[in-house]
Design a protein around this ligand. Structure first.
Ligand SMILES: Cc1ncc(COP(=O)(O)O)c(C=O)c1O
Length: 408
């Protein structure tokens, strides 16, 4: 156990002996890079030439008029290369891998967004790439699997456990233990053993740094509230960090799935169903039973159904600095639909959780209030799930015809 990386008791690094040296090396290289202003400049440069930074802060004029309360702004992380905030983290870690002189990257993925982003980064930097993905997630997110493979990555189906994100993380750690000399594990969110929560939050902090500058330039004042969805917590921490010392209310929205009362959800900080434990190398709130076995989670959004949550967010919840809410699958599909119709924006199902809570609260706020919603990704990847949710008959006809062509 390393005695660093604690957030008032949450976090830490509970590691098998064999990984301690690798984590020490990673922490050392990360700290060197973090304290080197030229590294941040190199990062900003690559994000502005290869991805789409700074991403815009869009005023949602029609939604603002529709709800008649607070002015609604949307931070457009969907405009990153590969369609989500995940690019911020993987490109940053890619630059670190280059500094460490390693040649292979591995990653876990749930929704597939982090896998696509990692495969893209590996192609760009010339690394070998293996992605671990639960079999259930592979079925839900076939288009992303297709792209990862086309980008040159090997996608390994994980058949252990419930065959979703937490199982993919376990498998990635197993690989890392055997290949530490050549391989870096690009963890996709602000979870896991130290230094991952700090490192992922550091790269994602670019979201909030930009958003703060942008809103001050546009409105000359800070927003009243900021909303972000919470899977592992990286996009939320990305936008929240710059506002922690400001009088801005921060709202994290978790997956309420079929409703908290059904138990079919992934609400760790907004329900009473999670408890503090140690798993996957760190201490946080987990959805677990009395024996510490992880519970089955559910969300319409594959990227939000993780059993744990960032130790940094767990601490911010205990301190009362971030408020946590949840949104159900049905509410999410409705909010996504309204955002498409009113603004021509297609939020990912994950991001749409933040929109749900913002839409509940905006009408109750004054016209003088400003809110920002973090649109963490774009919803193209969700076409199959969303078409099912709308029971779109023309889509079904198209799929059946396509299947017929393959069978012919
Ligand atoms: C678009 C999008 N938003 C949000 C998330 C949740 O991750 P995090 O809480 O780390 O931002 C994911 C995860 O895959 C995602 O793909």
């Amino acid at each position: 156990m390393i005695d660093r990386g604690y957030y008032d008791g949450f976090g830490g690094a509970y590691l098998p002996e064999i990984l301690v040296a690798t984590f020490d090396e990673l922490e050392k290289k990360f700290m060197e890079a973090k304290n080197d202003p030229s590294f941040w400049q190199e990062y900003v440069d690559i994000m502005s030439t290869y991805s789409c930074r700074p991403t815009p802060l869009s005023f949602a004029e029609n939604l603002t008029r529709h709800f008649g309360g607070a002015s609604i702004y949307i931070k457009r992380e969907d405009l990153n290369h590969t369609g989500a905030h995940k690019a911020n983290n993987v490109m940053g870690q890619g630059l670190l891998v280059k500094r460490m002189g390693k040649t292979r990257v591995i990653a876990e993925t749930g929704a597939g967004q982090h896998g696509v982003a990692t495969a893209t980064m590996a192609a760009k930097f010339g690394f070998k790439c293996t992605i671990y993905m639960g079999r259930v997630d592979m079925e839900r997110q076939r288009p992303n699997v297709f792209w990862m493979e086309r980008l040159g990555a090997e996608v390994v189906p994980v058949l252990e456990g419930t065959q979703i994100l937490k199982d993919a993380i376990n498998e990635a750690f197993r690989d890392w233990v055997s290949n530490m000399d050549t391989t870096h594990y690009v963890l996709g969110t602000a979870c896991g053993p130290h230094p991952f929560p700090e490192m992922v939050s550091f790269f994602q902090s670019i979201i909030g740094k930009e958003a703060k500058k942008q809103i001050l330039k546009k409105e000359g004042r800070l927003p009243s509230r900021i909303y972000a969805c919470v899977g592992g917590g990286s996009n939320a921490l990305g936008i929240f960090q710059s506002f922690l010392d400001d009088p801005v209310e921060l709202v994290g929205v978790e997956a309420g799935g079929r409703g908290l009362q059904t138990g079919l959800h992934a609400s760790r900080l907004s329900s009473q169903d999670a408890s503090i434990g140690i798993a996957q190398g760190y201490k946080t709130y987990f959805l677990q039973n009395n024996e510490g076995q992880m519970k089955k989670t559910h969300s319409v959004a594959a990227g939000l159904d993780y059993v744990g949550v960032s130790p940094i967010l767990a601490n911010l919840k205990e301190k009362g600095r971030v408020r946590f809410e949840s949104a159900t699958d049905n509410e999410v599909v409705e909010a996504m639909s309204l955002t498409m119709k009113k603004e021509g924006l297609v939020p990912a199902l994950e991001s749409a959780h933040a929109f749900v809570q913002a839409f509940k609260e905006a009408p109750l706020m004054s016209k003088k209030d400003i809110i920002i919603i973090n649109q963490s990704g774009r919803g193209d990847k969700d076409i199959f799930t969303v078409a099912d949710a709308f029971a779109d008959p023309k889509w079904k006809e198209f799929i059946i015809k396509k299947a017929g062509e393959y069978n012919a």
